[in-house]
Design a protein around this ligand. Structure first.
Ligand code: FRU
Length: 477
């Protein structure tokens, strides 16, 4: 192992160990999630390299271990688990320690091989000067190889900017790789010189040499850059998931600084295909850069519960950490749309249950970690310690009246509200509407540890207290 990597890994481990018992919900930090992956110290963004390798789930993530504000270089942090409930924090997997990734080991994905784990990512290099669009940066495609999924054997530069199509700026990143019919494919997000976002498709037979074979784009530009693309087929439907930057803010699903959603794809992504209309994946404040993978049974998605360049504040930065990942969500394509539901494993965290029918107003105290199921007929208004959901003329409005720290209001198109499932953690809300047809993901920071759920309408509520998941640290490298 090279000396710089060893030092960086040790420093990151020391930073994590200096955080007093911060891995679990501790009394000193009322906003630390109990069943979401969040770093003990530092800043987390995109999930990376999601996979199930030799019976274990691996979740890597964009990590700035020394800086809870996220202004410094990125590493790949690492968690693993056999069952999505008992997790282990592993030493950081990838460090910015090579000339081709000096200013950040940016987002990427994993390919499980017979002989080990192959991690593809963007090596970010920034020069002292430049406009950082046409000059002053490098976006390198890098492959890192680990024989056991925990220790790194080598990394190797595969492609540089001059290897990408000539119509592009220097913004090319976030390789997502998969295997199909004995070949390997890679999709990367890109920004053209004309400021249009697109997705580049590459092919390889040996995981090392890649050829650009096709570009997926819309007829009219849809944003100037597509970050974190992902291509897959689900229940017979092909999709391109991506996060377009620069799409005009225009109502439900497009109210955040950057968009996040999917294009249905018809045709062959390798040669000729057409992108259908873009559908937002989430209608809340804090959801970005999701990645999917299959575990042999189903396709799961994990997203970053955050948003780049948002003007709202997360008070946890003052406690030394910021952001978390969403729970793993199961995907299905049903009735012409993508549905997300919490992975069924999470039901094992359910503890005490209370159930009641309501007609008119109803109020109950719930745990800061709760799984709330509400079914209803007609209009509903729900308030969970300052976060309010209300049916309003074909929409469901989320208004955060207390503890939003700048988050105020988002709306989602919902014709008829039939049911809600809310996974509430210490400072996070994942709201699944009508069996996961529509989702709103948001953070909020109620001052009071007690949580009060107030409902108004007609329906039935089932409230489960949730236990925290188990998170242990593996020994320092
Ligand atoms: C998305 C993103 C990616 C990039 C990474 C850097 O949030 O900007 O495009 O690889 O974050 O941390």
């Amino acid at each position: 192992m090279n000396v710089l990597r060893q030092d960086l890994q040790r420093l990151a481990a020391l930073a994590e160990q200096a955080a007093p018992a911060a891995d679990q919900a501790v009394p000193a930090d009322p906003w630390r999630p109990g069943f979401h992956l969040a770093p003990a110290v530092g800043f987390l963004n995109d999930p990376n390299g999601l996979c199930r390798f030799r019976g274990e789930y691996h979740v890597f993530y964009q990590y700035a271990p020394f800086d809870p504000e996220g202004r410094s270089v990125r590493f790949w942090g690492h968690y693993k688990s056999r069952d999505l409930l008992n997790w282990e924090t592993c030493p950081v997997m990838l460090c910015p320690d090579a000339p081709f990734d000096l200013h950040g080991v940016y987002s990427g994905s994993a390919l499980c091989g017979e002989d080990g784990l192959y991690l593809y990512y963007t090596g970010n290099v920034k020069e002292e000067e430049g406009d950082y669009i046409l000059t002053g940066r490098e976006s390198n495609t890098v492959l890192a190889y680990s024989p056991d999924g925990v220790h790194l054997a080598w990394k190797r530069l595969l492609m540089r900017n001059e290897d990408y199509p000539p119509e592009l700026t220097l913004h090319v990143r976030d390789p997502k790789v998969w295997e199909e019919d004995g070949r390997y494919y890679m999709v990367q997000g890109a920004r053209t010189r004309e400021d249009a976002g697109e997705a580049l498709l590459f092919e390889s037979t040996d995981k090392l040499r890649w050829t650009h074979i096709h570009t997926l784009r819309t007829e009219e530009p849809f944003g100037y850059m597509w970050e974190c693309p992902d291509i897959f087929e689900i229940d017979g439907q092909q999709l391109l998931l991506t996060c377009p930057q620069g799409v005009r803010r225009r109502g439900p699903g497009f109210e955040n600084p950057y968009a996040c959603g999917y294009f249905p794809v018809s045709g062959d992504v390798r040669s000729r295909c057409v992108l259908g209309e873009f559908v937002p994946l989430d209608y809340g404040f804090d959801f970005y850069a999701p990645q999917t993978f299959t575990d042999g049974q189903r396709r799961l998605l994990v997203g970053w519960m955050g948003m780049p360049d948002a003007d709202y504040k997360n008070p946890t930065a003052a406690q030394g950490w910021q952001h978390c990942l969403t729970v793993p969500r199961e995907l299905r394509w049903e009735d012409g749309r993508l549905r997300m539901r919490p992975a069924r494993e999470l039901e094992a965290l359910r503890g005490r249950i209370r159930e009641t029918a309501f007609s008119g107003r109803c109020e109950m105290e719930v745990s800061p970690m709760s799984d709330l199921l509400v079914s209803c007929e007609g209009d509903l208004s729900l308030n969970l310690s300052g976060a309010e959901l209300r049916t309003e003329e074909g929409t469901l409005a989320l208004t955060i009246r207390e503890g939003g720290c700048g988050r105020t209001r988002r709306t989602a198109p919902v014709d008829t509200l039939r049911n809600l499932r809310i996974l509430a953690d210490a400072s996070t809300l994942e709201i699944f509407v009508n069996d996961g047809e529509t989702v709103l993901t948001a953070k909020w920071y109620p001052e009071d540890r007690r949580r009060t759920l107030a409902l108004e309408g007609r329906g039935r509520v089932t409230a489960y207290d949730l236990q925290p998941m188990n998170l242990v640290r593996s020994p320092a490298p």
